[in-house]
Design a protein around this ligand. Structure first.
Ligand code: 8DG
Ligand code: MG
Length: 141
């Protein structure tokens, strides 16, 4: 069975994207990721997302929408990444686990090395951001 992982694409008011870097010694270590982590027994994806972002960044998610689910088979095992865009949150994200952290413009995502499973996430995110920019400009925002 695939390891279920809740993943958050956290956006700030400038539509920059929060990246953190995985510790070198862990699976897919040294690569950049979207914050998140494994579901605990009995937890829903949204509960896990809220808990992981609280633990890793000290923020409370206040608005999120599902983006996509990605299944990827690594040599070490399969993961199912359930990815949500976090449009709003309370608090100011801090790297509470000492991980490097960066706010990155969508155009600059190509400058960061991600795990292989993340390629479809980035494609879907770019589409979603383009759509939401269109609807914002329709509303005169
Ligand atoms: N959080 C996150 N995990 C990802 C991404 N891309 C990707 O392949 N993964 C994989 C790497 C890991 O195999 C798995 C996440 O597991 P993890 O061990 O980091 O989860 P966790 O935060 O609960 O870790 P821990 O409490 O055990 O330290 O998902 C991503 O963008 N974000
Ligand atoms: Mg994690």
């Amino acid at each position: 069975m695939a390891l279920q992982v809740a993943v958050g694409v956290v956006l700030n008011s400038r539509r920059e994207i929060l990246l953190t870097r995985r510790a070198v010694e862990v699976h897919q270590g040294g690569l950049w990721e979207f914050p998140g982590g494994k579901l605990e027994p009995g937890e829903t994806v949204l509960e896990a997302l809220g808990r992981e972002l609280r633990e890793e960044l000290g923020i409370e998610v206040t608005k999120s929408t599902p983006l996509l689910e990605v299944r990827h088979d690594y040599a070490e095992g399969s993961v199912l990444l359930d990815v949500h865009i976090v449009w709003a949150f309370e608090g100011s994200p801090q790297a509470l686990e000492g991980q490097p952290m960066a706010w990155v413009r969508q155009e600059a995502l190509d400058d960061y090395a991600f795990p292989a499973a993340n390629m479809p996430i980035i494609a879907a995110l770019r589409e979603q951001l383009a759509d939401s920019e269109l609807s914002r400009s329709d509303q005169g925002a």
